[in-house]
Design a protein around this ligand. Structure first.
Ligand code: SAM
Length: 252
């Protein structure tokens, strides 16, 4: 069960920018601007229904938009062929390059925690397979997603395009620095563990909105934080639960 822990206030003034650190080159691979697919496949719909009922709703995720999106998006389309039989299992799966697609429950939980509305623009750091981006896009939000591994970014962009997700933009680059060109964002989701909350991401989040991010050391459990930005730019964070994510890499 989820363990509620304390609020931690992170004073914005304590977040020191390294003026010398320049965002590395980013490359736009898929330009969104359209809308979510009008129709989804029925293929393996029974397995998805069971996944949503048992793993997602059964563990307390109650936002109907999240449940509906996870019911619609074919998770099996985002995993390598050898993982397809187990695509609706209750676990993360390898997607190559030492990376993973997150456990379905974590995708549902983080999507709910973002508290987004249809039409919002969300930044995702860590595109991976593209599945989390697809779930958010199916909820009617516009997604800008950044992935540091070029091969994964290209594969996810191609798959999202094939499935007609016109409301996702995929960028190859280092998400530590965000993507200010499309900001500020209504919500930010980080799907790799950072050692601290990246100041550029706080900067690119709109006031009174949320970021959900795992923070802690690689190889250990991390804290999944919900970071809320106040009107005066301060970031307040609350620990939601213990998680294990692959590390946020890059030269920051
Ligand atoms: N959201 C993904 C999905 O639905 O499949 C799962 C993401 S996986 C747990 C974490 C991803 O973050 C990996 O693909 C990894 O390459 C990426 N990553 C790690 N550091 C990054 C960085 N600095 N910028 C962008 N992506 C990064």
């Amino acid at each position: 069960m989820m363990k509620r822990l304390s609020w931690i206030a992170i004073a914005a003034g304590a977040l020191v920018f390294n003026a010398a650190a320049e965002p590395p080159d980013t490359k736009l691979l898929l330009e969104g601007g359209g809308s979510a697919p009008a129709s989804f496949t029925d293929d393996r719909a029974d397995e998805r229904a069971r996944m949503v009922e048992v793993q997602i709703a059964g563990r307390g995720v109650s936002d109907e938009r999240v449940l509906e999106a996870m019911h619609k998006v074919p998770r099996h389309a985002f995993v390598p062929d050898e993982q397809k039989p187990g695509a609706y299992g209750d676990r993360p799966l390898p997607i190559g390059h030492g990376q993973t697609i997150s456990q379905p429950y974590i995708v549902g939980f983080m999507s709910e925690e973002l508290d987004v509305e249809r039409g919002d623009r969300v930044l995702e750091v860590g595109t991976g397979s593209g599945y989390q981006a697809a779930v958010l896009a199916a909820m009617g939000v516009e997604v800008v997603s950044i992935e540091i591994i070029g091969a994964l970014a290209r594969r996810a962009a191609a798959q999202l395009e094939r499935l007609d997700f016109g409301n996702v933009t995929v960028i190859h680059g280092d998400g530590y620095y965000g993507y200010p060109e499309k900001g500020p964002y209504d919500a930010i989701i980080v799907t790799a563990a950072a050692e601290h909350v990246p100041p550029p991401l706080v900067e690119q989040l709109k006031p009174k909105r949320r970021m959900v991010i795992p923070v802690g050391r690689a190889g250990w459990t991390q804290n999944l934080l919900r970071v809320e930005k106040t009107e005066d730019g301060e970031a307040r964070s609350r620990n939601l639960m213990a998680v294990v994510f692959v590390p946020l890499t890059g030269d920051h």
